[in-house]
Design a protein. Structure first.
Length: 144
């Protein structure tokens, strides 16, 4: 660890661990969907499955950037690395592209239901929080 880093406050460890756990759930969702894991995908209707499986390649790529940017950002935050901010920023970009596809360019809201819109809003709040939190921790020299 860099000797110029300040001692991390308790809230930092809480946020970092929760960020890793939260984004691990997103990673599992991504992997289960991409690999079509039956035990996971059986919770969706035939229409929803068709929706997932018809994503264009660029949408899958944007989703991957969003998910893996968040996972790596969370791990880097936990390891007190300032690069976390860049990975959270990349994740926001992936989330923006996938949100545009899901809610503007396709009928994702109609297919997935109102809960999908609410859940996406929650994802946005957490993603933005992690971006700004990591920036604040870098500015305070908690992460370097």
């Amino acid at each position: 660890m860099n000797s110029s880093a300040l001692k991390a406050p308790i809230h930092f460890w809480i946020v970092a661990v929760l960020a890793v756990l939260w984004n691990a759930i997103g990673a599992y969702d991504y992997i289960a969907t991409q690999y079509r894991i039956e035990s996971y995908m059986s919770q969706f209707t035939a229409e929803q499955l068709e929706y997932f499986y018809s994503f264009p390649t660029w949408m899958d790529a944007a989703w991957a950037v969003g998910i893996w940017g968040s996972v790596l950002g969370s791990l880097l935050l936990l390891f007190r690395k300032a690069w976390a901010t860049w990975f959270f920023a990349a994740a926001i970009l992936g989330l923006a592209v996938s949100s545009i596809y899901n809610f503007v360019l396709s009928d994702g809201l109609a297919v997935m239901g109102e809960g999908a819109g609410i859940f996406t809003a929650i994802i946005w709040v957490i993603a933005l929080f992690l971006l700004f939190y990591s920036r604040a921790m870098a500015a305070r020299k908690v992460i370097t």
